[in-house]
Write a protein that binds this ligand. Structure first.
Ligand code: CA
Length: 444
């Protein structure tokens, strides 16, 4: 049985209804993610398309959702799925088949994947508008173009248009996904809890002389042992100077005494992912210089979290972080001048080169607009989940930075759920104050 199976007919019906109501009259066509060949006849691990899975809960590859609103204000759903196949199931595992799709996923009709291009022409011809995203899957696009051409040929005498009006449904789906429903928040809590547990395990395991990949294995062992099917993204386990490489993935360095270890990793569970960064001393005790930089980043992160509340703009946490980081850079002797002036001139940029927040949910960089149509950052509202992740990165040979701070890279990241009252830090179980970290690491 697929680990991504999430059959909940009522929930998925409601989500489809919401998306279709936002889109209006027309036919929604949404394929799941395509299978990707790794080499020879071996595929990359399959993960259902996020939008497709959000609207169906269906876990298997080679599947497509077709749905449209009916006159009574409800909607109809057709699912195309791989058929039962005794021979293939011996090799690849269980399939729901059309029977399973009908029985467990609450769709009105189910067809075999092999019948897709025989069944779609009539469905497409019955609608004046088609909600489909082009450009994501060239094979699918090509087949759809052929379908348009064939349909037009059939109706040539009636001067039918070559194809229906096309509209990308992605923004409408993204708008729904931006504000998490109760089921999603429950899954996010679980992913966040597993993620925090993994970071705690990494802190307890890290030690001088160990390799980064050993700590990664310990962290991911905890993820798997607690029910996470996969990571939400590649784990970053960056010791010493590697912490200054933002998307470091080699994870093959041996850790030395006196260094910091930066870990950015998230467990995916139930289709949702955590996204947490913690930075801690390999030896279990912060040095005086590390402590000074760490306090600045932590102050910035706490200010960023306080700024993330209902009604605030999306960039409010970033602004709060920038202010604290710039103040800190002056205290650390990296920058000189008035804080207000330094902020205006973006003087923090060489040491803080990334944004503070992104949406989080099914995808680590989850869908949803950051700005309104006029380019103004959108207002935070209950149900949204975002990261708050300031950092400071002092490259090993950066002469602008006092010598004792060079080679220090620190980021602290939590997952923040916006509520009616303010917010809730979903990943609070991963220690981040100096006292908490040193206390946990002393237990090794
Ligand atoms: Ca991250």
């Amino acid at each position: 049985m697929s680990r991504d199976k999430a059959a909940d007919p009522r929930l998925h019906y409601q989500r489809r209804q919401r998306v279709l109501d936002a889109l209006g009259e027309g036919l929604l066509l949404l394929p799941t993610a395509p299978l990707a060949l790794r080499n020879g006849d071996v595929h990359h691990e399959f993960r259902p398309g996020s939008d497709f899975h959000y609207l169906t809960g269906f876990p298997e590859p080679e599947a497509l959702l077709a749905a449209w609103r009916t006159k009574d204000g409800k909607h109809r759903t057709v699912l195309f799925v791989r058929p039962r196949d005794k021979e293939r199931e011996i090799w690849d595992g269980h399939r729901s088949g059309t029977e399973g799709a009908l029985r467990e996923f609450g769709v009105d009709q189910a067809h075999s994947w092999g019948e897709l291009w025989q069944t779609l022409p009539a469905l497409v011809a019955a609608h004046e508008r088609l909600f489909v995203r082009l450009g994501a899957n060239s094979r699918f696009d090509q087949k759809l173009m052929e379908l348009f051409a064939n349909n037009a040929m059939k109706h040539r005498k009636a001067q039918a248009p070559m194809h229906p009006i096309l509209q990308d449904p992605t923004p409408a789906i993204a708008a729904c996904r931006l504000r998490k429903d109760a089921a999603e928040v429950a899954l996010m809590r679980r992913a966040a809890a597993i993620t925090a547990a993994g970071h705690c395990a990494a802190m307890r395991f890290a030690a001088t002389g160990r390799y980064e990949y050993e700590v990664q294995a310990q962290l991911e062992l905890t993820f798997r042992a607690q029910g996470s099917v996969r990571n939400g993204y590649q784990s970053i386990v960056a010791s010493g100077p590697n912490a200054c490489i933002l998307h470091y993935h080699e994870n093959d360095r041996r850790m030395r005494s006196g260094e910091l270890l930066l870990i950015d990793a998230g467990a995916e569970s139930g289709g949702y992912t955590g996204d947490v960064t913690r930075t801690f001393p390999v030896s279990g005790k912060f040095s005086a210089s590390q402590r000074r930089v760490y306090q600045v980043v932590l102050r910035a992160q706490l200010a960023g979290i306080r700024a993330a509340c209902t009604g605030a703009r999306f960039d409010a946490p970033h602004k709060a972080c920038i202010r604290e980081l710039t103040k800190g850079l002056v205290q650390l002797g990296v920058l000189k001048g008035s804080v207000a002036q330094l902020i205006k001139q973006n003087q923090f940029r060489p040491f803080y080169m990334h944004g503070t927040s992104h949406w989080l949910g099914r995808d680590v960089h989850d869908c949803g607009a950051y700005n309104d149509q006029g380019g103004v950052p959108i207002q935070l509202a209950p149900g949204m989940i975002l990261t708050v992740e300031p950092g400071l990165y002092f490259a090993p040979r950066d002469r602008r930075v006092p010598k004792e701070l060079r080679g220090i890279g620190i980021r602290i990241e939590d997952d923040v759920y916006i509520t009616t009252r303010g917010n809730e830090v979903l990943t609070a179980a991963a220690p981040k104050s100096i006292v908490e970290i040193e206390r946990l690491m002393a237990l090794r």
